[in-house]
Design a protein around this ligand. Sequence first.
Ligand SMILES: O=C(CO)COP(=O)(O)O
Length: 245
Amino acid sequence: MRQLIAGNWKMNGLVADSLSLARAVADAAPGLACDLLVCPPATVIRPVAEALAGSVVAVGGQDCHTHANGAHTGDVSAAMLRDAGAAWVILGHSERRTDHGETDTLVRAKVAAAVGAGLTPIVCVGELEAERLAGREQEVVGRQIRGSLPEDFAGVVAYEPVWAIGTGRTPTEADVAAMHGFIRAELVAHLGERGQSVRILYGGSVKPSNAAALMAVPEVGGALVGGASLVAADFLAIARATHGG
Ligand SMILES: O=C(CO)COP(=O)(O)O
């Protein structure tokens, strides 16, 4: 399966800079051997999606509510993301889990809402540094997978160790291999045969300098890129580091 390079722009981007970033990615996309996705803030999804219409670059949101509409001030539903031009949505990012107290149960409900609205979910899992130091990373990630993914899950999983996000630190390739192998086994145990075809992205300080090594690790199906996705040249360099298999 082709690797997926997804950019999580987080809370960054006004219309003008978002459009130039999106266009720069789209211009280079036809020559790349991976799938490409950008996830801008909700306010610029529509202009970015319009600018990318007809390109191979997909657009996603960064969160959605569990309900399609209603009295939920400040929230955005999956149907609204879809209506704005998104086809994907990131769910359960550690920043959502930390900043907004999101639980596995809530993430699971959001997955159902996203799929119901026609979006493909990318569900994020990953341990805190203290949990890794205590040797509990597989226990934590296994619990997140079983709690956050419905049994009929057909999206993407992103392994993002919380301590690697925005820090410039990454796990060793051996640690990534061990965790992705563990996640694959958990997916198959939880989802049956369908668990074999779920792409497992790595996220956390992916840069042009480390992308080739990380993307070559077995069971790494691509990357979820934060900071480096805001610079077109860096995001594209990461995309060129995929193995296109
Ligand atoms: O959180 C991330 C992507 O969702 C990773 O962020 P950084 O690439 O900035 O570490």
